[in-house]
Design a protein. Sequence first.
Length: 296
Amino acid sequence: MARPPILPRATAAGFFLWSFIAQLYYVRSLFVKRLLCILSKCGKTLFSMSISSTDYLSGIRVKIERAKKHIRDLEVEIRSFLGSDPKPYVVARECEPKTGDLVFYVASVRDVPLEFSAILGDAIHNLRGVLDYFAYALVIREQGNAPGRKVGFPIFCDAKGYESGKARKVRGMGQAAIEAIDALKPYKGGNDALWRLHHLNNIDKHHLLIVAVIARQDMNKGLKSRRVFEFRRSPVKVGDELLRVPADFETEVYVEPFFEVAFSESEIIECDPVIPTLNVFTEAVEDALARLSVFL
């Protein structure tokens, strides 16, 4: 019977050395995992000791006030832009030869400064961030430790998406708080202000929000027939027809165009003036906080 081959001493030594290193690496891995687990638990304990729901409330108040300051600053900038001399827009009129209609149109218009979009994005980011801050505070109040990475205030595109996706966002909150958030209906068709705020914040993460000049005019001065002409266009550009008065209209026309800076994000919000809309967003956020504050 043939004998099994005998390993050279160098080969045997190498094998035992490799085996020893492998075992040492395995033990080290177990030690590191155990250490990380302990540190994680300690970190959560230290987190709960150092940051309370009350601390988050202080941060929430700061962010809301910061958002309001951005809105005030933007309102001042918009007023300055629209009231500048020369005006950022010129409206002209002409009599159309074929019909005899009196046509009012945009002869010139300046682009809205990009700085407006930057200030707008800051205001929206602060308002949206307030809701996530509050979601974190609700978990800390309930559990006393750091929330998971995916915890946040749930806002979805529709009711179906909300029901299927909210669980990961509200994990760790008390049931009463979750039901209060449900009552807010934070999705399109339920609470459009919060839905728009959420999506505009996402858009601003990738590019500046689009705003443009829109023209509004309600003409009712000196009209015996009390006929009212209205126009609304977003964004206005050179050559746009704003108002057409029929040739058979006998009363002299007084046109007082009124221009505003408005959102121009298709499918989310368009033609809505920026400042009033931001005020609506602020009211929606403050209403949500008022309803949820009883759980802190």
